[in-house]
Design a protein around this ligand. Structure first.
Ligand SMILES: [Zn+2]
Length: 346
């Protein structure tokens, strides 16, 4: 459970260096980790891809799902090694935070209006401006529920162009991180934007129900001894492991095709109920990044496949008791389907 804090208090971090800010977040109980810095002369990313990186300043420098921490000594070590590293915060179960990411460059502001008109509220809460003029709304994750990471659509809501949700096994870039925006149109010189907290009296509000669509989490205590995994459960885990390994080790010419095929196979298994969609997305995203694909390529492929595979069940797989195949999602009234846009956190 995060420590209570207002936007006014967080805005102090806007003017601090990355290490001091990271320590500030850690003091609130938010697990943090270093993210590739950007060279303010050239705009070049500090990740392995360097100048070829398509999403400068957003690649984790460590395996964040395991290593995001509130340990001050670890944070000092990391930022000693990379003093200008951007700051990432793990979302979902790790921090108790859910972030609604509104990107006006992908019509997120229009989507917000459409959602509000449909009765889906955006309660006032801790808010940051993103480097490109978007908004990150930080909410308290609901107790005992998984929160899926979503990109451009939400179960029960439909297509949400320009609005993503970061939940379990997700992360978000926070102030005072810097990332490039569009280059100067006259000179072509790189320009930069900074993530900044909005100084307001608002504190962390509970996440609105429409944004947290994950399934109930298994209770941690009072649970019967684990029963041996059923045959389909084992097969599903094995299929996930095998596809993730294939994507990770795919070469440059084939990696997008391999990801495309892996997503198709695994989403069909998700539709039987034997795999969790959020987990499949998270693992394929990590594997794709490791193979050198950009976050926007990966999210585009996953989104397209998820839409293609609505209700399609893998042959030879029994439906698991419970939700069964998911119904197809309709777009919001008057909104176009959100296929093919970029990644998240911009
Ligand atoms: Zn990079």
């Amino acid at each position: 459970m995060p420590v209570p804090v207002t936007g006014e208090q967080l805005a102090v971090l806007n003017g601090q260096g990355p290490l001091d800010a990271a320590l500030g977040y850690a003091a609130l109980g938010w697990p943090v980790f270093p993210v590739a810095p950007v060279d303010l002369g050239t705009g070049r990313c500090g990740c392995k891809k360097g100048a070829a990186c398509e999403e400068p300043g957003k690649h984790p420098l460590v395996h964040w799902t395991q290593r995001a921490t509130t340990d001050a000594r670890q944070l000092r070590d990391w930022w000693h090694w990379q003093p200008h590293a951007n700051v990432g915060v793990a979302t979902g179960q790790a921090s108790g935070l859910v972030v609604v990411d509104i990107d006006p460059h992908h019509e997120g502001d229009l989507t917000r209006k459409a959602l509000e008109a449909a009765g889906h509220a955006f309660p006032p809460t801790l808010t940051a401006r993103t480097r490109s003029g978007g908004w990150h709304l930080f909410y308290l994750a609901p107790e005992g529920r998984r929160v899926a990471n979503t990109t451009g659509s939400l179960a029960g809501v439909g297509s949400t162009p320009g609005i993503d949700v970061r939940g379990d096994r997700g992360y978000i870039i926070v102030a005072p991180s810097v990332r490039p925006t569009s280059p100067d149109p006259a000179t072509g010189a790189p320009r930069f934007g900074r993530y900044q907290w909005v100084a307001s009296d608002d504190a962390l509000a509970g996440a609105p129900g429409w944004a947290v669509v994950g399934r109930p989490r298994e209770p941690v205590t009072g649970r019967p001894a684990p029963s041996p995994a059923s045959a389909p459960e084992k097969r599903a885990a094995a299929a996930l492991g095998a596809e993730v390994r294939r994507v990770r080790s795919a070469g440059e010419g084939e990696r997008n095709v391999v990801l495309f095929q892996a997503a198709a196979n695994l989403f069909e298994i998700c539709n039987t109920g034997w795999l969790d969609e959020a987990q499949v997305r998270a693992e394929l995203t990590e594997a794709g990044l490791a193979a050198g694909l950009s976050a926007s390529e990966i999210s585009g492929t996953l989104r397209a496949q998820w839409h293609r595979k609505q209700g399609v069940v893998r042959p030879g797989w029994p439906a698991r008791g419970g939700p069964g195949p998911r119904p197809a999602r309709g777009p919001l009234p008057g909104r176009r389907a959100g296929l093919g846009e970029g990644g998240y956190g911009r």
